[in-house]
Write a protein that binds this ligand. Structure first.
Ligand code: HH2
Length: 322
């Protein structure tokens, strides 16, 4: 009976995409050191795919709030390249993104088989990532943050004007322009408001609540909510690995506000929750939300953003060049 009487939970083009996190780091805030060897990372990634991940995000440099240490190019490559190469055969058909702020790492990762670059600095630290992506025809996630690797997850730069969301959207729009100017195709770009990056919990909540204003930029929206501090503050759960339920609740709310890509540690629960929520909400609910927001979209939203917000190429179209 299953599936015989209900429509598929994930209509192909528009449904939520779950991006499984594969941190090949000794120091990530919630799972640092767990999958530090390439073999462990690949085994973990295969589990995430079996649990329903649509895409994998491999990272070799932490931005943890407790003072992340920048990693040299050689060390980052040593961590991620064997994993990216192994995943090409271990998880065929699953797009791989690499979480890096360095053009040299991005170029080598794309060469090794990744098809998307996830830049948590949104091209601020090394704008040459845009050229690398343009030349390779790769997808690019432009995330909002401020500062460097060592302090972007702290409150060092968390000063905003009266309209926090307006500030975030304007800074994000400027970085999207950097990508477009370098020749990255509009349909290869996704944007991410950078939850917890240079944002206190009140800022992260404001951005998530007003997510249709980010959707109104005209690109699929990724959110990285999973296990973040604001979930801990709301639920009182101190240990990041214990923040699964709060993270899933926030993901469902973000879906309803227009997010389409969800970067998560806990794939199975998020997958099931988002599929169930999507079966109820469908594409129109979020389309309406985006439409509502378009009226108060910031005046500096790029005029060349592709398509009306309610015609977003949501789902995997942007970050799935392969
Ligand atoms: N958050 C983290 C890392 N990369 N990328 C995007 N696009 N959005 C995010 O919110 C995001 C991200 C931080 O989380 P995590 O990888 O779990 O921790 P760490 O930076 O300590 O490795």
């Amino acid at each position: 009976m299953r599936g015989a009487t209900v429509p598929p939970a994930r209509p192909d083009v528009v449904g939520p995409l779950v991006v499984g996190i594969v941190n090949v780091t000794p120091d990530s805030f919630s799972d640092g050191g767990n999958f530090f060897s390439a073999d462990d990372a690949v085994a973990h990634a295969k589990r995430l795919v079996a649990e329903g991940a649509d895409m994998l995000d491999v990272g070799g440099e932490s931005t943890r709030p407790q003072g992340a240490t920048p990693v040299e190019v050689e060390e980052e490559l040593r961590r991620i390249l064997p994993v990216v190469r192994a995943l090409r055969t271990a998880c065929p058909g699953i797009p791989i993104s690499v979480d890096t702020v360095k053009a040299a790492v991005a170029a080598a990762a794309l060469e090794a088989g990744a098809s998307v670059i996830n830049d948590v600095s949104g091209l601020r630290i090394d704008p040459a990532i845009a050229q690398v992506c343009a030349e390779a025809g790769a997808g690019l996630v432009v995330m909002h943050s401020r500062g460097g690797i060592g302090d972007m997850s702290t409150y060092q730069h968390a000063s905003y004007g009266p309209d926090v969301v307006g500030d975030v959207v304007a800074e994000l729009a400027a970085q999207v322009h950097v990508a477009l100017a370098a020749g990255v195709r509009p349909d290869s770009i996704a944007v991410d408001p950078g939850i917890g990056f240079s944002k206190r919990s009140v800022h992260s909540l404001a951005v998530l609540s007003a997510l249709p204003r980010v959707v109104a930029l005209g690109y699929p929206v990724m959110v990285g909510i999973s296990r973040k501090r604001f979930i801990g503050e709301i639920t009182g759960v101190q240990e990041p690995a214990g923040r699964t339920y709060g993270s899933i609740g926030a993901a469902v709310a973000a879906l309803a506000r227009g997010a389409r890509l969800f970067r998560v540690h806990d794939v199975r629960g998020t997958r099931e929750a988002l599929d169930a929520a999507w079966a109820i909400l469908g594409p129109d609910a979020a389309g309406d939300a985006a439409g509502d927001a378009a009226g108060d979209a910031p005046s500096d939203a790029p005029s060349d953003a592709p398509g009306a917000p309610d015609q977003l190429p949501v789902g995997g179209t942007a970050p799935r060049p392969d």
